[in-house]
Design a protein around this ligand. Structure first.
Ligand code: NI
Length: 187
């Protein structure tokens, strides 16, 4: 496994439409393992293959990216430490397809490893159906809601060459890009 470099806007690769996976082989397994390592290192909760420069329809998601061995940080009002183990829940989506978006919408503050330090509210369908394949090529089908629904839609956008700031109004997008430019200059 290896940590790969995450590409950032305005890298033109991020606008590329990714191609379907046809070979469920060792190379794909290595790509997915590297994507998890890269995502956990960043850290982030989702990553599309194009973000490490590979234009294939592959996503990894883990909504609980905390280190399972980390010391608990939370203290309650009595000063007692509560052990709150956070388990990793790695999920792989190969060739994911969205359908049946709900009429009701959800708004979450989204961020993206390819748009570092920038967060903005994005409105998306609250529930979606997703069909995908796993590393063995086996088909899966599920209805997703909550943060998972937002996250999978954000990641599937990457496969179509869309970054989340593309969902913002022109004014808000310009503000986000200016902020990013400032942060980069300061770094
Ligand atoms: Ni992203």
């Amino acid at each position: 496994m290896a940590i790969r470099q995450i590409i950032e806007i305005p890298d033109p690769l991020l606008k590329q439409v990714s191609a379907p996976v046809t070979a469920f082989d060792a190379e794909l397994e290595t790509l997915v393992a590297d994507m998890f390592e890269t995502m956990y290192d960043a850290p982030g909760i989702g990553l599309a293959a194009i973000q490490v420069g590979v234009p294939l329809r592959v996503l990894v998601i883990d909504l609980q990216p905390e280190d399972p061995d980390a010391e608990p940080e939370a203290c309650d009002h009595d000063g007692h430490h509560h052990h709150q183990p956070t388990k990793r829940e790695p999920q792989v989506f190969i060739n994911p397809v969205l359908s049946d978006p709900s009429d009701d919408q959800s708004i979450y503050s989204e961020g993206c490893l390819s748009v570092p330090e920038i967060y903005a509210d994005v409105e998306r369908p609250a529930r979606v159906r997703v069909q995908w394949q796993d590393l063995e090529g086996k088909q899966h089908d599920a209805v997703m809601d909550g943060i998972m629904a937002t996250c999978i839609q954000h990641e599937i956008d990457h496969l179509e060459g869309i970054v989340f700031i593309g969902h913002l109004s022109r004014l808000k997008r310009q503000m986000a890009l200016k902020k990013l430019e400032k942060l980069r200059k300061a770094a």
